[in-house]
Design a protein around this ligand. Sequence first.
Ligand code: C2E
Ligand code: CA
Ligand code: CA
Length: 579
Amino acid sequence: MKRTLVESGPAVGDPTLRDYEALVLASPDVHVVTNEQGVFRYVSPGCLELFGWEPASLMGRREDQFAHPDDVAVLHVAREKLAEGADHATATYRFLCRDGSFLWTETRSRLIEPDGSGLVLSSMRDVSERHQLTMALKHEASTDPLTGVANRTVLMDRLRQGLRRMERGNGVLVVLYVDLDRFKIVNDSLGHRVGDTILLKMAERLLNHIRPSDTLARLGGDEFVIVAENMVDEVAGTELAKRIIDAGREPFQVGIEEFICTLSVGVASTADSQRGAEDLLREADLALYRAKDRGRDRAEVFDEDLQSRADDRLVTERMLRRALDEDGLVVEYQPIIDLCTGGAVGSEALVRMRDPNTNGLLQPDAFLDVAEETGLLIAMDEKVLADAIKQVSGWRKRLVGTQFAEVAINVTARHLADVGFQKSVVEQLEAYGVAPHNLQLEVTERVLMEASNSAITGLRGLRDAGVQVGLDDFGTGYSSLAYLRQFPLDFVKIDKSFIDDLDQDLANLAIVAAIINLSHALELTVVAEGVETERQLRILEDLDCDRAQGFLFAASVEPSRIDELVHAGRNQIFESAAV
Ligand code: C2E
Ligand code: CA
Ligand code: CA
């Protein structure tokens, strides 16, 4: 059988055409000639190998009949380009194979005779491998590598699209912010592998509870977001949240162990297509905060109240930033009394913030949460640390001959985790010539529990250097006794709640007595905090408590007043507290 390049073309035998033909036959590509209407006029033999079609079987049929329905437009666009005079056109589309499957091909076309016959010469190349690779890369860029669900970029895209689509007025769009409760503890105690497995399984569970048209994304860590479009109303959103929380309560089987990792969910919804995607996500996040606040394993819906609280927080954050910049933070000191001698042995540094509007001092409960959330806490506590060391160095010099020698600061998990913390403490002690044992670090059990291994190592390092470490708010935590054994401590502070009704509640009395005995057995100094009455003081003295702190002696005062109080001795301290 004779092959001709083009049916109506020049005769076979022309030497140049022979050369072309050899080239075409040797090429791994499939070469085709189509007419103006896209009808095949020549198909090279490689077609059989690549697509499974005998070239003859394609003759007279239109090329777009072989294109994947979704790709027909691509082919037509390439055609139009040529018709409009382009030198060549490229189309990447799926071509139908004999076995019914589709193969990704890249087709480069040009007119054989510009302004002439309208015949088009195309070479088709198999690009399925390259296409798969590109798709894989695209997928990678748009999904969370661990769980395979969408990432933040895709989420925001979908959220924006969803909002835009709402213009047609179909129901509400719901955003659920989902967070695994206490995941960090699971991760830290069972290891990252188990943590990853749980995240993966949780993603699967969440996928089981949403519709195919909904979007599930992971925003890193243990946070997931679900976008559900076309929900009937807000209530449908809350119901979805409830189902998800129920799903979270199912225990996980990891190895031979079973455990539970509950979920907290924040819900925000809108029927307004003009809403911003970021706003909606932030609202769901605020609602999630409240769910965590109210005890986790529950859902909360965003409302105006949350908004106004968020606004308040913003005001506080601005105030705090200004205070940090402009010396608006004030450190007060509350004396700590030695119950044997009645004299002050040291003081606790307590931070306050000046309110620029009233010029009054705000107490920590008005700004500590915001400081923590915004990360300003470290800068704040660094200031307190610096001030405390500076003050104690001054007192050591001015109050020679008295017992007064120590200063205590409150240390948070964040500060402890800060890489510069340990160094900063050591450097400041050296700079002011203060002995390490004159500094006391107060941590709560929660701080110890949340601290990473490296933070704990840092704390140990400081204690090895002589800094005293004590457990604050003792008795309010989880497994109090375990910490007394695990972490080497110097003192414990019995929480004010136990001291409050010491004189009325016999059970409390027993607890306080036990804490004191136990602490003494472990050679720890015991400090009672929040002592307000003489009766409480008498009982504590009877129980052999070492130290006390409270309004009975003095509230927190500015540093210069500490000198007066110490010089005046115990009686004076009593009087000043009464003022
Ligand atoms: P805390 O460490 O338990 O501090 C003791 C709190 O009890 C202080 O409240 C103190 O003023 C108050 N207090 C002391 N004696 C009495 C008393 O007899 N009766 C009553 N009702 N209260 C008494 P403050 O200053 O409002 O601090 C609250 C908490 O804020 C502190 O609890 C501490 O956890 C945190 N905090 C205070 N200053 C700082 C700081 O500089 N940095 C950090 N990270 N946290 C701080
Ligand atoms: Ca404290
Ligand atoms: Ca306390």
